[in-house]
Design a protein around this ligand. Structure first.
Ligand SMILES: [Fe+2]
Length: 418
């Protein structure tokens, strides 16, 4: 079955095609003709961080991202710096205040490092904004053209949960590296994890062009939002009405939540499932919910985790762990549990290999997925990453909620503490 779909600029640059995206992120066929709010795909995740200059080096050296553009005082932006990084089709923009009066500094003081803007590429900004406004969305920035020598981008922004926003970007008339105001960064300006060759040796042997290493992740899969108790359905309704997103079947409700994980979760997705937003709210449990902890430390609703789609989760975990990234530990009982083997069946990686790395498995009627979660990326216990390798499954690892927590309870029971 062929999928005729528009690719985002980033996807074309990353040489992804619809078939590859179907495997990586679960793209499905969708007729955009009746879509009230057509979305081509992710444009960028725009972060506010405490030190963008250092974070840009971190994401290059640790996550293997490529620095492609920069803005700051040298390019005429006296308020803040911005570093644009990419890995496959995924684009991060790291911003940090320079002027002591920059609003980004106040944003950071309140929230810490986090994602301020989940920017989406759309074919018709004005149509999207008109529909959003008619459905009661707060329009933060009216549609406007921004131009430089590379052409014109049309942008607008609507408010999402907390201080999070969605920029809407039409870059069909633009050829620059990111947005007007940014300049392209040459490869020589980017750090390399390998030590530079000694000058004498370099003179003897002319530098052979070294092929860029394959990216550790190729695309964004989903971005999860944490909202306040009782507000999840309101935001599900927002994405249904304002963006025409549909609800996916995956639902983590009271039944699991109150006994094990103390959260409730629903998932909304764009028509072709390119853009997927799970939304969590805390559930009343015996202990304090992880969502409550997030809401306290982010000082309100915000982005909880970003799932990075990879075609080789084993390599990604090995490389990231060697570079110092911490992952959540998975109890051994998860892997020794006969129920797990019965549940997951055959997967491409032997279970012992998964166990050695703490990688989780989930299976549904469409296939399976491998996933793992990092520790929080910054100082506060807020935003973190997930790595996800899909093999047909369109889910989000729901089975792991129950399996993980049941495995823990069995351990507790063996110790006589349950
Ligand atoms: Fe996730």
């Amino acid at each position: 079955m062929s999928i005729q779909q528009t690719l985002t600029e980033q996807e074309r640059l990353a040489r992804l095609d619809p078939e590859r995206l179907r495997r990586l992120v679960g793209l499905v066929e969708h007729d955009a003709a009746g879509d009230p709010f057509p979305v081509t795909g992710w444009d960028a995740l725009v972060w506010v961080v405490g030190n963008a200059t250092q974070a840009a080096v971190y994401y290059q050296l640790v996550y293997g991202m490529e620095l492609v553009a920069y803005c700051g005082p040298e390019t005429g932006n006296r308020d803040h710096v911005g570093y644009v990084l990419r890995s496959g089709a995924a684009r991060f923009v790291l911003t940090g205040g320079v002027d002591p009066a920059s609003p980004l500094l106040e944003h950071h003081r309140r929230h810490g490092d986090g994602v301020r803007d989940i920017a989406l590429e759309v074919p018709d900004v004005d149509r999207c904004v008109a529909h959003a406004r008619a459905q009661g969305a707060v329009v933060l920035e009216e549609p406007r053209d921004v131009s430089d020598e590379h052409g014109t981008v049309r942008v607008a922004a609507v408010a999402a949960y907390g201080d999070t926003r969605h920029s809407l970007v039409d870059r069909s008339r633009y050829t620059g590296p990111y947005l007007p105001g940014y300049r392209a960064v040459r490869p020589s300006e980017t750090p390399s994890p390998a030590a530079p060759p000694a000058p004498a040796l370099a003179a003897l042997a002319p530098a052979a062009p070294t092929p860029a290493p394959a990216p550790l992740f190729q695309a964004l899969d989903h971005v999860v939002g944490n909202v306040e108790l009782g507000r999840m359905d309101r935001w599900v309704d927002f994405y249904n009405r304002v963006m025409g997103f549909t609800n996916l079947a995956e639902f983590i409700g009271d039944d699991i939540a109150t006994r094990y994980s103390a959260l409730m979760s629903k998932v909304v997705a764009s028509g072709d499932h390119r853009v997927k937003f799970p939304l969590n709210e805390p559930a009343a449990g015996q202990k304090r919910s992880q969502i409550d902890e997030y809401l306290q430390y982010y000082d309100g609703p915000g982005v909880q985790h970003l799932a990075l789609a990879t075609d080789d989760i084993v390599r990604a975990v090995d490389v990231l762990r060697a570079r110092g990234v911490g992952f959540l530990a998975t109890p051994d009982s998860y892997y020794t549990d006969p129920a797990l083997r019965a549940r997951i069946g055959e997967v491409r990686v032997p279970i012992d290999e998964l166990r050695a790395r703490g990688i989780l498995v989930d299976r549904d009627e469409d296939g399976y997925l491998l996933q793992i979660f990092t520790r929080p990326t910054g100082d506060r216990p807020t935003v973190f990453f997930e790595l996800i390798e899909r093999h047909g499954s369109l889910g989000f690892g729901k089975g792991n909620f129950q399996a993980l927590f049941e495995a823990i309870e069995r351990e507790q029971a063996r110790r006589g503490n349950f």
